[in-house]
Design a protein around this ligand. Structure first.
Ligand SMILES: Cc1ncc(COP(=O)(O)O)c(C=O)c1O
Length: 357
């Protein structure tokens, strides 16, 4: 398999006037950033990543700069981490439901993929007994997202440590995609990489800060592994994008302002969505994290959310059908766009749900 069915759909079909298919905070424009011409450069010393950027990432997430590998978004970070760690035929355990590009990349790399559940019934928590039954001496990698895409549920630190223990005993690593972590603000637990050598963390400035276009992503891992990843990255080019690296440095210096922007957008939207879910308990059931940018409701009386999605299109509104997360009764509802867009989108969703019954 050399594609991600979900990503192709997301690129061409997720857009709508009232876009509840989105999963990251409303994108920034230049007015959201304070920058001068000195914050941009065309060329510069970034053949192994740009040192000032690596230092800022390291400082924020509590690691050494030698543990940072910069990459084109979390997407490339995940790919590079997996490509470094997986040999053809290796056993890789991936959560279910999963963010499809992770699953597709593992298959593309020739992994023998096994799945462990993050089930609705279990509040999208990880069942350690199930995981333990699946781990074998051939397991090379366990992959999770925390907070989880699509449910928004974060894995607690105790569970992470226990997963780390299972992996260590098997000689495996744990890849934790933390692209939604910073939306938890002060509630966020330490980056998984700080829990031990077997952990690898990936993230970017995309989801929590609205800076997807900068493609500022990173991998945090043990120094020797980071070096292997940099060498593999040699296959993809000689240098990174210097304009992006310089602008990302400027962005990192104003993360507090960007976080305040995210909070200001998310607070009313979260209230709207939580209220909506309470008002539709007759039709929907949902695990509702205190903070998230997406939720993953389940239809009580239908087995497939695709007709709901099709109906919503008549109202210029989009959601992500659950089939893209191997859970057709569910749909992913994103609410990190403008408050008015969320408000109208939810009204349309209510109408479409009530018509369907
Ligand atoms: C779990 C997860 N990882 C990675 C990405 C991609 O992030 P980036 O824009 O940093 O490449 C997404 C985007 O939806 C995601 O949900």
């Amino acid at each position: 398999m050399k594609n991600s069915v979900y990503m192709t759909w997301a690129k061409y079909h997720a857009g709508a006037r009232y876009n509840l298919a989105n999963s990251g905070i409303l994108g920034c424009d230049l007015r959201d950033l304070t920058m001068t011409v000195d914050d941009i450069a065309v060329n510069g010393p970034n053949h192994e990543g740009y040192a000032p950027l690596k230092e800022l990432i390291a400082e924020k997430y509590g690691v050494a700069a030698e543990q940072v590998v910069t990459s084109q978004g979390t997407s490339m970070a995940n790919f590079l981490a997996m490509a470094t760690l997986i040999e053809r035929g290796d056993e890789v355990l991936i959560e279910q439901p999963a963010y499809d590009p992770i699953l597709s990349a593992a298959v593309y790399l020739g992994a023998e993929v096994k799945r462990f559940s993050r089930s609705f019934e279990n509040g999208y928590r990880i069942d350690l007994d199930e995981l333990q039954r699946l781990v074998t001496p051939r397991t090379r990698l366990i992959i999770i997202t925390s907070p989880h895409n699509p449910s928004g549920v974060a894995v607690d630190q105790q569970t992470l440590k226990q997963i780390g223990e299972l992996a260590r005993e098997a000689g495996a690593r744990v890849l934790v995609d933390e692209v939604y972590r910073d939306i938890l603000y002060e509630d966020a637990v330490a980056c998984a990489v700080t829990l031990g050598e077997q952990f690898v963390t990936t993230s970017s400035l995309t989801k929590s800060y609205g800076l997807s276009g900068l493609r500022c992503g990173w991998i945090l891992c043990a120094p020797e592994l980071a070096e292997k990843m940099r060498r593999l990255n040699d296959l993809f080019g000689a240098v990174g994008s210097m304009p992006s690296d310089k602008m990302s440095v400027a962005a990192f210096r104003q993360l507090e302002t960007l976080e305040a922007r995210t909070r200001a957008i998310m607070e009313p939207n979260t209230e709207l969505v939580h209220g909506f879910l309470r008002d539709h308990e007759d039709l929907l059931e949902c695990v509702v994290p205190r903070r998230s940018m997406t939720v993953f409701p389940r239809l009580k009386y239908q087995s497939d959310s695709e007709p709901l999605h099709d109906r919503l299109r008549q109202f210029e509104t989009s959601i992500v059908p659950g089939k893209f997360f191997e859970a057709p009764r569910h749909f992913r509802l994103g609410f990190a766009v403008g408050t008015q867009e969320v408000e109208i989108g939810l009204r349309n969703l209510s109408t479409a749900l009530r018509v369907q019954g």
